[in-house]
Design a protein around this ligand. Structure first.
Ligand code: ASP
Length: 339
């Protein structure tokens, strides 16, 4: 039986670290090293390995992920695995999902425990990712699954996966939807297919988003009794600061402290401003609460309604919309599709 051709693209991250002379972990391993650490890969697939970068994912840029998407788009392979750091995996996987239109499995994986520790998870995650990419159900449903993340024997949709703990081995979860599949023994057990319509509609609107240049987007997390000074700065010094859009991690179903509602409204008149749930995801309200600081008034004032995406993913989507040159109404439509 011919083995699927799986391309492994290494970006860096804990999975690719090695200890320096003082014992501190530094970026260092390339794609060949990662593959060499997992001899079982050869039985599953015809592996090709490419080192794209050696950086911590906390230092990746939007431009690097656009370049990665272009590279993946040009690959002649039956499946692609990206290895990177865990810190921004929930964002990079989502951005790749927005940019890629391929009907082969594309999977992002990483490691929480570095190779110098007694039980590093990188090799197991890489093996699991390749196993998922080679699985007949996954291959048959690749377009419907979109970009996936594989961590600790679970498969997650890019729109839903979150890093929910800074250090634990089981740091990844999809709290809203659960995993798409689980790995048990050497089997991939399908559990669900993601709802892809919002992504399809977003992609249709975004077109060749990769061509535009990077667009800084601010993310403001609103807390109890927020005084609004950063909002004042965004309004008063918009040119100097250079932000092109703002995501507000808002309270509850789409609420802000009443004292800053006038500022939020002014900001929305100046820059595309997205209201997103600081609860970490889940659909927002649209027509329940009255008053100047709740959803009915904020929507009428021109705030873009973020839907069920986590604020970090909303920020990625807003950057992509801005880069694609979409106007406010088109952006609102894209976000609206996400519920
Ligand atoms: N800071 C690292 C990174 O994101 C952490 C990790 O890989 O888990 O690259």
């Amino acid at each position: 039986m011919t083995r699927p051709r799986i391309a492994i693209l290494a970006m860096g991250g804990t999975i690719a670290t090695r200890p320096d002379a003082s014992g501190v972990m530094q970026m260092g391993l390339g794609a060949d090293d990662l593959v060499a650490a997992v001899p079982a890969l050869a039985a599953l697939a015809e592996i090709s390995a490419e080192t794209v970068s050696r950086v911590g994912s906390h230092s990746l840029s939007f431009d690097q992920i656009h370049a990665l998407a272009a590279r993946i788009g040009a690959l002649d392979a039956d499946g692609v695995i990206v290895t990177q750091g865990t810190d921004t995996l929930e964002e990079t996987a989502f951005l790749l999902d927005l940019l890629l239109d391929r009907d082969i499995p594309v999977i992002v994986t990483a490691a929480m425990r570095n190779p110098a520790l007694t039980s590093p998870d990188g090799p197991g995650n890489l093996l699991a990712a390749v196993r998922v990419a080679c699985d007949p159900w996954v291959r048959a449903h690749a377009a419907a699954l979109g970009v996936m993340a594989v961590m600790l024997d679970e498969v997650y949709a890019a729109s839903d996966v979150l890093k929910a703990h800074p250090t634990r081995l089981n740091a990844f979860a999809a709290p809203q939807t659960g995993p798409l599949a689980a790995l048990v023994e050497d089997r991939v057990v399908p559990l669900s297919l993601p709802v892809r319509e919002p992504m399809t509609r977003a992609r249709a609107r975004l077109g060749a988003a990769g061509r535009g240049k990077a667009q800084p987007v601010a993310l403001l997390w609103l807390g109890l009794d927020e005084p609004g000074h950063l909002l004042e700065a965004l309004i008063g010094q918009a040119d100097r600061l250079g932000y092109r859009g703002v995501v507000l991690g808002a309270m509850g179903g789409g609420h802000v402290p009443e004292r800053i509602a006038p500022l939020v409204t002014r900001l929305a008149g100046l820059l595309p401003t997205v209201v997103s749930p600081r609860a970490g995801g889940g659909p927002l309200l649209r027509q329940t609460y009255g008053g100047p600081a709740a959803e009915i008034a904020l929507r009428a004032a021109g705030l873009i309604w973020g839907g069920r995406l986590h604020p970090l993913k909303a920020r990625v989507l807003l950057e992509t919309c801005l880069r694609a040159g979409l106007g406010r109404d088109a952006m609102a439509e894209v976000f609206d599709a996400f519920g």
